[in-house]
Structures are given as C-alpha cells and as structure tokens.
Design a protein around this ligand. Structure first.
Ligand SMILES: Nc1ncnc2c1ncn2[C@@H]1O[C@H](COP(=O)(O)OP(=O)(O)OP(=O)(O)O)[C@@H](O)[C@H]1O
Ligand SMILES: O=P(O)(O)OC[C@H]1O[C@H](OP(=O)(O)OP(=O)(O)O)[C@H](O)[C@@H]1O
Ligand SMILES: [Mg+2]
Length: 408
C-alpha cells in the first residue's frame, strides 16, 4: 500500500523505524487541490521541479513530480510541545498505551503495545499539514487547529471528537470601553455605523482561514483581518485592531486586557480530537486495525472516566423487589443497564439466609452525591464508591460511524 508524497517533503529519509524504501510513481492530480496547505506543498514541489529541470538541461534524468512511499509503520502525530503535549501522552497512558520517548528532544517514539505504529512529535499545525501530505496517518490535535489548517479537507476524518482535554473556544472579543461599551452581540457589532469599505472593522487573529469564513457566513461585509503570532489581546489597546478573534479558555487574558466576548461571536468549540487520513485508512495496510484498537481503548477509558462504580447493601425480600425500589429513584432510573443485584448470604443460628442484596451501579461523577442520597432513601447502606477504569461495550459506536464514513 502506498501514500503519495511531494518529492522534497520526504522529511524522514531513513527513519530507523521504517522498513521499506521509497518507490517512485506519478503524481495524482488530486494531491494538490484547492487547500492552502496543499498550495504550500505545490509551491514547494514546483520550485523543486524547476531546479530539477535545470539539472535535466545539463543531462540528468527527468525527475518525477511525486514519490510514493511504502512503509510498514503506521504514523501517529502527537504535539511536540505546548499545552496539548503532556495531556496527549497522559491520555494514551490512561489507555495503557505507553509512549516510549527516550528524551524530550527526540521526535520519534514507540508504543510497545502497538508494534506497527510509530509516534512522531510535531507542532499541532504541522500534524494537520502532514496528515494532508501523507507523512502522517493519525494525529491528536485541537479541533481549532484541525479546522484552521485542514480547511474542511475530506481526507481528514475525525475519529474521536471528544478526547476530554484542551477545552477552549474560538471567539470574537471587543473592548469593554469606548464605542464598544454598549455593544454585546455580533449583530450589534456588525450594525455599528463606523464600519465602511474605506474603514472596515479591523480584526486581529491567528485564524486567517476560519476568521474570514465566519464573517462571510454571518454576512459581515466591511471587515479586514490582520495577523500576529501571539498576545493578540493587546491589539485593540494598541490601536491596531477593533476586535480580536482568538482562543479563550479561562477568560483571564480577555479580562486582563479589558476585552469582552459577544453573543453570537463564538466561531468554534474546541477540544482535542483523534484525526485520521482517509487515504491512510483505506490504503495503508494495518492502519484501520490500529485505529480500531486505539479507538476501543480511548472509548473504554473516556466512558469510564466520567463515572463511579457504586456498591451498596439493601435489605429486601427478593432481587426484583430491590431492583424496583432502586429504579423508582429519578437519578438511578436512567441507568442504561443494571442495577446488578446479588444476594448476600448470612449464616445465623446455623441457618443460611438472604436478608440483604448487594447492588452495583455506575453513576456519572457529577450525579454521585444525588445518587447516594437516593440509594439511602430506598434503604441503601454501606455505600462503597470506587473509580471506574474502563468500560468496554460490545462495540464502539464511533467505529461503526467510521466504517460508514469510509463506505466499508
Ligand atoms: N487557553 C488556550 N489558549 C490556546 N490554546 C488552547 C487553550 N486551551 C486549550 N488550547 C488548545 O491548545 C492548542 C494550542 O496549544 P499550543 O499553544 O501549545 O499550540 P501551538 O499550536 O504550538 O501554538 P503556537 O504555534 O502558537 O505556539 C490550541 O490549538 C487549543 O486546541
Ligand atoms: O482564556 P485564557 O485561559 O486566558 O487563555 C486564552 C489565551 O491563551 C492563549 O494564548 P497563549 O497563552 O498561547 O499566548 P500567546 O497568544 O502569546 O501565544 C490564547 O491565544 C489566549 O490569548
Ligand atoms: Mg494568546
């Protein structure tokens, strides 16, 4: 199986973990479509071809436009540094997938539990770019980065959309003073008389794809974007911009810079996602199996992570009667399955009898105290609460969705 790569984007010519040498093949026209990221690749290849053409002039063989790399290893991209890096590794660890990185400056690592998979540490935006170019097969990044740099490319498939870390949202913010003091919604902002073709609303953002797209979708015409690499919240006070479009999590940076969010100004809710290249899943041997295993582990862990196991004793005449009492409680009646009820055998005066039943239920962490109160209300005692590590269902719903998406 093979993936097509622009010639000079092969950045890992001899990775110690790869076994197969690169093979040559013609480039498909689809390899460089309308996307910005791909346009960058195209420029790269075009200049490479130009320099190769001059070498043709002095007698070398004509160069192929693209290279197909066959490799046995599935490549998973993880953030090399920044907010997402440690959390991504921790999440995998919680799924019993241990990333063995010899030292933090080494950008390749292995996961012994997935022998056909190698981890490559990259900046999040480069993970998306390399998924598109075929240099990576899977990746963990924020949905914001995926949306900004993936630009809706159909080759990118979100396999798990809620990895439970990196929560933030991409939002428009404006000053909470001056002409903006009474502006509280995107509609009000758009309708301000100040903006015209000559003097548009100036927005500073690092999201130069999502920003204009959002404004266009919301019918905001007189708008101009500028960009910077960070500390965007300074732009309005510096007089460089009227508004900013940036990520917000705690809201502290906005507050400290006298900025406020506005109704209708949220472009995207984001958290970490597992993303795969469609081409890799359909063409690369072993990729689908690897995704299945990672997905099963993630789902089992993430589902369990939000719940506790609760065990309680309950006096009763029969298991059915105890079950009815438990299920009469509003917080407990929504249980997907269960309660599991087992008789507790007691020996009294040489006779074995059943006076109590042990009930086992799983409850959402947020509903724990309410559930305990309701258990007590129907006669529960000796309530034990323990963390749940994994819940393996019959199959993962996301796996079914993935197969449908891949038309498999
Ligand atoms: N408060 C936040 N600010 C920025 N990103 C956040 C925040 N909270 C969660 N995130 C997530 O973390 C990602 C950014 O992580 P980090 O800043 O390490 O990335 P980066 O892409 O390396 O940034 P840069 O290239 O600007 O240094 C975002 O894409 C987003 O998904
Ligand atoms: O809502 P908060 O919790 O305050 O977080 C939001 C801020 O964090 C990020 O900046 P970062 O720390 O990455 O700095 P930078 O913009 O200078 O790169 C983001 O760009 C916001 O400025
Ligand atoms: Mg910032």
């Amino acid at each position: 199986m093979s993936i097509l790569l622009p010639t000079n984007l092969q950045q890992y010519p001899s990775p110690s973990l790869s076994t197969s040498p690169p093979l040559l093949s013609p480039s498909p026209s689809s390899a460089f479509s309308f996307l910005g990221t791909r346009r960058r690749c195209l420029r790269f290849v075009t200049s490479s071809v130009a320099s190769l053409q001059s070498s043709v002039a002095i007698g070398s063989a004509p160069a192929p436009a693209a290279v197909v790399v066959e490799r046995d290893q599935i490549r998973l991209g993880l953030p090399s540094k920044g907010r997402m890096a440690a959390d991504a590794i921790d999440l995998l660890k919680d799924c019993q997938l241990f990333v063995k990185q010899v030292n933090p400056r080494q950008y390749v690592a292995q996961i012994p539990q997935l022998p056909n998979t190698e981890v490559w540490f990259q900046r999040p935006k480069d993970i998306v770019r390399k998924l598109l170019s075929g240099d990576l097969d899977l990746g963990i990044v924020g949905l914001d980065t995926l949306s900004e740099y993936g630009q809706g490319d159909e080759d990118l498939i979100v396999v798990h959309e809620a990895l439970n870390f990196g929560d933030c949202h991409l939002s428009i913010a404006i000053p909470n003073y001056g002409i903006f003091e009474n502006i509280n919604s995107l509609k009000e902002l758009a309708e301000m008389p100040q903006w015209s073709e000559e003097r548009p609303l100036r927005v500073a953002t690092g999201f130069t794809y999502l920003g204009p797209k959002f404004m266009k979708e919301n019918g905001i015409k007189h708008v101009a974007f500028s960009t910077a690499d960070g500390a965007l919240e300074a732009a309005p006070a510096m007089g460089i911009a009227d508004a900013i479009l940036d990520l917000v999590s705690s809201g502290t940076t906005l507050k400290e810079n006298n900025l406020k969010e506005i109704e209708g100004g949220v472009v995207l809710e984001s958290q970490a996602v597992l993303v795969a290249s469609r081409r890799a899943l359909t063409d690369r041997k072993g990729a689908l199996n690897t995704v299945h295993e990672i997905l099963e582990r993630l789902e089992a862990h993430l589902k369990a992570d939000g719940q506790f196991t609760v065990v309680a004793n309950m006096r009763g005449n029969s298991a059915e009667e105890v079950a009815e009492r438990v299920l009469s409680q509003p917080s407990l009646s929504g249980l997907q399955q269960g309660p599991t009820i087992s008789p507790v055998y007691c020996k009294q005066d040489g006779k074995v009898s059943i006076d109590y039943y042990a009930i086992v239920i799983c409850v959402p962490k947020k509903a724990l105290y309410e559930s305990v109160k309701q258990l007590r209300a129907v006669g529960g005692s000796g309530v034990l609460v323990s963390p749940l590590t994994y819940i393996f269902d019959e199959d993962t719903p996301r796996w079914g969705q993935l197969l449908t998406n891949l038309k498999l």
